[in-house]
Design a protein around this ligand. Structure first.
Ligand SMILES: [Zn+2]
Length: 57
């Protein structure tokens, strides 16, 4: 199973936000929200898909 493509942008935005802030502090989530305002909508789907992936391996 591969991660559906629509979640790839969430992963990229996450990593780009880490350029601004190393840790998952408030500044990180604010940077992520500026990069991808709809990140919360994708976040739960990303977690669910990741759990499905690990159940298969
Ligand atoms: Zn992170």
């Amino acid at each position: 199973m591969q991660l559906p493509f629509k979640y790839h942008s969430n992963l990229v935005a996450h990593e780009v936000a880490h350029i601004i802030e190393n840790y998952h502090r408030l500044e990180f989530w604010q940077a992520l929200e500026r990069l991808m305002p709809e990140y919360e909508e994708y976040q739960s789907g990303l977690i669910i898909n990741t759990m499905k992936y690990f159940k298969q391996i």
